[in-house]
Design a protein. Sequence first.
Length: 374
Amino acid sequence: MAQHGHDQGHDQDDGWVDLPGSRPAAGGQARQSGGASRRETDGARQEEDAPEAALRPQSLAEFTGQKASRENLAIFIEAARARGEALDHVLLHGPPGLGKTTLAQIVARELGVGFRATSGPVIQRAGDLAAILTNLQPRDVLFIDEIHRLQPAIEEILYPAMEDFQLDLVIGEGPAARSVRIDLAPFTLVAATTRAGLLATPLRDRFGIPLRLVFYTPDELRLIVLRGAGKLGMELTEEGAGEIARRSRGTPRIAGRLLRRVRDFALVAGKGRIDRQIADAALSRLEVDAQGLDSMDRRYLRRIAEHHHGGPVGVETLAAALAEARDTLEDVVEPYLIQEGFVLRTSRGRMLGERAWRYLGLTPPASSTTPTLF
């Protein structure tokens, strides 16, 4: 739902992200990877260039929510620093917008090392991955977003790099082909995915620190919204922050987006202080209701209720009817609806839960009230 833009004409630092408090990357080396670096920047750093980047926490101490994962990560980072070793590889998985990219950047800051970002879809060739890995300095953090979209051939090259810090490449073709082994500096791979189930088992097993991020509570989001308002120079009441938090679907990225839109409405209305009434009016204009559901969610629920009698219905059928990509439904729309009991995911397809029928003000057909697993 969040939209991101990127100016491809802007001469970035070819894939390196210099973070405050971390060791700057070697600029000359970073440019040796040629075209692959620009694609890395375009694919993986859209969020870094988005407006919400200014609202992101810069350290684990500032990071709100994900208490168990955050506290465990702090211990692992402290232990790695004490040993002077690279942190074990980290897998961050969970729905979009929960802070995976932010945590990856914080890991590099806390370790005081360089940070490089790319994403699975843009690593098309073995040479792309080799260029990235050979330019890493000792203990650097490499962040790969959407790692579930890596090509299988690229995954296999990544295995020895993760396990033994070695890169095995085949040079040439046919009878003249030969294998070359390159030693790599010890590094930390931080990978993010919204679909951990799509990862190959050998890849998933090489992550020593798997962390699942969960939806945030309204209280956690309220603190995040208040902190964001402070960074934006807004005067926001506790009640106003609570109203935004309740409608943010348990997701900080959405909370930040709604906060900025409420600020816009308040500015045009000449309201210097944002309270619950102003927040409610602005969010209603955005068609975000008290449950945090927007027009897309309501279309989704009504489609199942009115055209499929509450389900079950396959996700491909829903995607075609709603003119949305299947990935959009599975990664953006459904996680919150399933979490909150609006939708049930069964082996035969999606079904509406009792909460959805109450929300829509409809009476469920008798057959839809007893979903089966088989």
